[in-house]
Ligand binder design. Sequence first.
Ligand code: PBG
Length: 327
Amino acid sequence: MTSFPDSRLRRLRVSDPMRNMARETRLSVKEFVYPLFVAHGSGVKEAIEPMPGQFQMSIDVLSEEVGEAAELGIPSVLLFGLPAEKDPLGVEGYDPEGIVQEAVRMIKKNHPGMMVVTDVCMCEYTDHGHCGVIANDRIDNDQTLELLGKTAVSHVQAGADLPAPSAMMDGQVWAIRRALNDHGYDDTPIMGYAAKYSSGFYGPFRVAADSTPQFGDRKSYQMDPANARMAMREIEADISEGADIVMVKPALSYLDVIRQAKDRFVLPLAAYNVSGEYSMIKAAAANGWVDEKTVTMEVLTSIKRAGADTILSYHAKEVARWLKEAE
Ligand code: PBG
């Protein structure tokens, strides 16, 4: 290794083309998944206050939004549903005519090239806001598994390409794999929200999806933010149950977990740049405290540099535009 003065690291930073040549990490629109919130009704485009630029949309408005995403080159969307009614068992979640199932059908009809990922969970549909069935004052793991299996099957029957269980129940990937196979969907992959932390960064999402738990919190099923080794066990479990893609969520406070997972496992790795990460940038930028484009691209580049192959992000559309401008 040469050292100073023969070695001068600034030589590779003198100009844009030189920096480009030395660049190790590049974002591409092809690795983004764009999360969307779908609601009943028509002509509905309700702004989500803590997430500027994001909306609850009825299916007709969603069609336009998905069309715009497709035009920008975004390859896939992730759907969250707002049911007409909530109840203890979250029945709209696995109703073949539920809001997400109808939205999937619409997308597959109007935008057949768009890949559709669906969030498989109960918290948007239950009146208590928890991610599973409640029995004897606790979230009952095994009763929940059956409903998650039913939910995933109903999504795939509607045309979904990639169900993504996020309830953090033990055995959820196993239960969904069995249910899909039983219905002849052996070829449909599963993306496991494998290492999902009990995070304050989901705050804005819970406003968007109206899914705040009505009592207690999610600490008995989502992971403790202090644990990284446990994340490896969660990911291992998802892989052994048949997950095809695994995820770390949130992304920004868990870049070390993304890196460890990348070094250890050979499956495609996704990272979820969650609502609170989005809202913080929007709020600071609106105050003129940070430059929005610079920090957004910096954050997303860091998530990729840490090892994510796929990034789920509310910034997907703006990133697509910025990347186009830079071409
Ligand atoms: C459903 C689910 C949540 C998120 C994705 N799927 C909320 C939660 O677990 O409370 C959060 C996404 C985000 O904050 O952007 N369980």
